[in-house]
Design a protein around this ligand. Sequence first.
Ligand code: RIB
Ligand code: CA
Length: 299
Amino acid sequence: MNRIPIIIDTDPGVDDFFCMAIGCAFDELFDLRAITTIGGNNLTDVTTRNALDILHLFKRDDVKVARGVDKYLTRDFDEPVAKFHGANGLGDVELERSTEAVDELAAWDRIYEEAKLSNGELVLVTVGPETNLAMAFNKYPDLKGMIRKIVVMGGSLDKGNVTEYGEANIWHDAEAARIVFETGIPIDMVGLNVTRQAPLRKDIFEGIDDADETVKDVMLRLIEFRNEEAMHDAIAISALVSDEVMIWKDAHTSVIDGDDIKRGMTVADYDREPNSRVAVGINIDKYYEVIREMIRRFK
Ligand code: RIB
Ligand code: CA
């Protein structure tokens, strides 16, 4: 089977860490072409540093890290909130520093360059605010025809987490998310309605004795920092590892932007021509299998 070329667009971020772990671990499935960074969980300088250090921990210094924007399309970044991701964006866990340099291309240019090399097969996994993707689609009108699919951690089919309606990744740059959802590229949307159902507990590590101790220790500390809550971004990329992780429903999904009280709301209409599959249920055991297999692969 051909490996799937992927780019992970991310704001690491504790749960982003686990998304990157899966992207790195399943090497026979994924050809990880680049990490592109965005602020959200912290400022872009910090998330970019974290992306480099995470790759270094996973011995994947070969993967490029392309830096993204310092503001959303129409708004400035918020001040980082340490209680969710620690002052350093990684649960205050200090990783060994990578000595690799940041990619000479900006995130949106890297996305375009990799798309040109991927014969229509590139999959974008977006687990932060979607500004870099919107910048890429705005700058390169022909990019739409080059992307196979976009996997989105974002939105919700029930409640938000920033407001009643808005989930963080979509709410922060709803204007960008709207551009992405309106590209016509097939979208797999993994929202809070499913991710909230799947906490990542420490007992998942039980019986895994042959994995790299440093990697395991970092993961356990991050899980502890988040009080064993769901690692949303890891759940989204798990859906790409196995199509059995999610229960999908075809829908036309729209994003509400602007300053309305419903800013960031994702509205799934099951009667319209679909532009997406939305996750309506999760097979939690399958997800935990992906996580356990990922841990085992770090030797
Ligand atoms: O709402 C969950 C999302 O927001 C995740 O991507 C997480 O990293 C946070 O920033
Ligand atoms: Ca994230």
